[in-house]
Design a protein around this ligand. Sequence first.
Ligand code: HEM
Length: 508
Amino acid sequence: MAIDTLFREIAAATLVFLLTRLFLGSLLLLLKPACKLPPGPKGWPVIGALPLLGTMPHVSLAQMAKKYGPIIYLKMGTCDMVVASTPDSARAFLKTLDMNFSNRPPNAGSTYMAYNRQDMVFADYGPRWMSLRKLCNLHMLGAKALEDSAGIRAIETGLMVRAMCESSQRGEAVVIPEMLTFAMANIIGQVILGHRVFGEKGAESNEFKDMVVEHMTLAGQFNVGDFIPAIAWIDLQGIERKMKRAINKWDALIRKMVTEHTELAHEREGNPDFLDVLMANTENPQGPGLSMTNIKALLLDLFTAGTDTSSSVIEWALSEMLLNSDILKRAQEEMDRVIGRNRRLQASDIPKLPYLQALCKETFRKHPSTPLNLPRMASEACEVDGYYIPKDTRLIVNIWAIGRDPDIWENPLEFNPERFLSGKPAKMDPRGNDFELIPFGAGRRICAGARMGVVMVEYFLGTLVHSFDWKLPDGMVELNMDETFGIALQKAVPLAAMVTPRLHPNAL
Ligand code: HEM
């Protein structure tokens, strides 16, 4: 056979093969409903839906869900993304397909701000992640560890209450997020490092607070380079540059903490703290083989995730009560009845305070501190509700939208703790079992500090409500309730308030 005839036959056979594949592919797509992507907005050429998210992505995505349904698909640059915005759709991803969505997607935040995924938040689901979670549970975040650190929380809230009484005597307003971050960082410092990290509230602790807010805000941004990797090097929004600068500051602070900790080792002989346990694991050949980078990355996770989240929930709760004094009064009446005014709240009082618990749940519902959960990624292609979800699709769960869905919550924009006092909501557990209320996410990657988060919010909020009467600073007529988007949802204007002590002076 002549060479050109052979080529012609090969070309014809290839064409027939390709056309058949194309035809069968399209036929499959038509016949198999699982090949249909979820509905969603069209988006722009190349960048896709990125510009549709705006500065408040949780709000834009909630509006899209109203139009397109509980599961929406967005082409984001070259990446696929799905958003679940109802309890059922969140359950389908985080419970039914939990294993398939147990990893987080790579992004600039995990590269630059988590030591290249050497931490727990961004670690791949696997042995190192399991070891870190187990160690944290055992020594810091589990029920027994939290019981052991109750004394530290009691001392730190005592110091906070006294400092607030002094502000009250001086006629000064208290800046709530600064004060809470100071106390919470000192609690975490004592558990991890065996000592407080800040002596006095002031420039150093306020800078720490600013670093935490910057960290959470940067890590929450939708960075164009994460979705169009080919142009990541341009760093269009300047996010990577800011991240590199921020991590340098964090690294210096954490190295200082670790050095001071090593210098004080003799004081802790026979009484190891959490960092001692972690360090021992670097030397243990049978252990998880932690590196110094893993430890620094974990400390960064714990100091950031452990302060800003609980602090912002409490700040929103107090803001709502400043707008609605009846709720504050009702919470105080319950506490006066159960505790009286001759002592401060103790952890053991909390099970006897249903209204306080309802108040915390209502704040978790209306102001979840992590509005879009933390992103997950599909390890394999799968099917959800008849829709095809390609491998590597990013998953966002709009926790904020679920908390404000009028199909689930009556008058969702009204702040009303009462809704959690009876019926089904009264039994709801915010720790990943009831998908109507999932402030800590759900499934195997649920917040590692969920238990500590609930304890901190109930105990600090309870103490603040019981110990003080609250009002806006003189001359302030309206309280700004705007949000600023980030991994954690901040109040755009930090809450400052005047407080008046209401307990017997010996109790403060
Ligand atoms: C009110 C307080 C808190 C809220 C609302 C909150 C919320 C969340 C959410 C929504 C996630 C993502 C879960 C998922 O992917 O399904 C998360 C993850 C995480 N949180 Fe929290 N959090 C809080 C407090 C804390 C505290 C106190 C700590 C530790 C001191 C902490 C440490 C972590 C860690 C390490 C992860 C990553 C878990 C993993 O990937 O395995 N959080 N948090």
